[in-house]
Design a protein around this ligand. Structure first.
Ligand code: BJW
Length: 235
């Protein structure tokens, strides 16, 4: 049984948004089965073919408008509201479904799809419309250099200091719907465990890092996350 004052750190991946209709990356019909990440999700791709990168993200930004949070996002927002101890939600997802479900203590370590960033001065701006060469940076005035505010391969994920602080203080680390294929996020379970946390994986199936967890629960996030949250809050 958990004491109410324990610190919980949750890491989510694409699997938590799958039942909302947002594509995952490495499942059979995932994004990387259809598209070449080297041509779309690297700083080099942006420098060599900016329009293709814009098209890829514009399509995904349009789709995001038609989807809604599912019971797994809602359960994590409820946990944050009702849990008596510390709670930190780290997401690798660039969709906005956690915040639309009501989550507030949220770290978007791989960025946010509905924000853009100037590749010259790094200013970040919320932005609803299509990415295009016509866009100028409101801060430095440079044109044609606005990029999605996302973390591509080879780039440093965001808010790493806050993440490692949360992992250090965690009593329970929970990974939901992530394949454990991408570092540094894939290393968090082992790191939290080494610093004394218990670890739990919620996923449809085994991931690359399942052996790192003390306990696992299998099933769709929309079912297993609300069940787990209900149990924690009832304990
Ligand atoms: C369900 C479900 C349902 C499905 N219910 N579950 C060793 C150490 C450090 C770095 C490296 C290293 N080796 C290599 C690297 C470099 C690289 C890397 O990891 N490469 C690997 C391919 C090996 N990493 C980087 O470049 C990162 N930067 C970096 O390392 O900087 C230096 C640094 C070092 C040390 C400390 C700090 C910094 C940056 C990585 C950026 C990743 N970017 C992307 C794209 C973002 C933008 C966009 O979306 O376009 O992020 S790639 C993509 O993968 C996306 C995701 O966030 C990320 C993770 O994917 P995720 O979420 O796990 O999804 P899937 O599809 O893989 O898995 C879905 C899971 O859900 C599956 O398990 C299903 O079973 C499950 N599921 N339906 C429950 N209904």
């Amino acid at each position: 049984m958990m004491a109410d004052r324990e610190n919980i750190v949750v890491l989510t991946g694409a699997g938590i948004s799958a039942e909302s209709g947002v594509a995952t990356f490495r499942d059979k019909d995932g994004i990387w089965s259809k598209f070449d990440w080297q041509k779309l999700a690297t700083p080099e791709a942006f420098e060599s073919d900016q329009q293709t990168v814009y098209d890829f993200y514009n399509t995904r930004r349009h789709k995001l408008r038609d989807v809604s949070p599912n019971p797994a996002h809602e359960a994590l927002a409820r946990l944050e509201r009702e849990w008596g101890g510390g709670f930190t939600l780290i997401t690798q997802n660039i969709d906005n479904l956690h915040e639309r479900a009501g989550s507030q203590a949220l770290i978007h370590m791989h960025g946010e799809m509905m924000k853009i960033r100037c590749a010259e001065c790094e200013t970040v701006t919320p932005y609803d419309d299509d990415l295009s060469f016509d866009l100028a940076c409101r801060a430095c005035g440079e044109s044609g250099r606005m990029r999605p505010h996302v973390v591509w391969f080879g780039e440093m994920p965001l808010e790493m200091e806050g993440i490692y602080r949360a992992l250090q203080e965690a009593d329970l680390f929970v990974a939901i719907g992530t394949s454990g294929a991408v570092y540094p996020a894939a290393g968090f379970a082992a790191e939290a465990q080494a610093m004394g946390a218990r670890t739990l994986e919620l996923n449809l199936e085994d991931s690359d890092i399942t052996p790192r967890f003390d306990a696992v629960r299998r099933g769709p996030a929309g079912a297993v996350v609300p069940e787990w949250v209900e149990e924690l809050l009832d304990a």
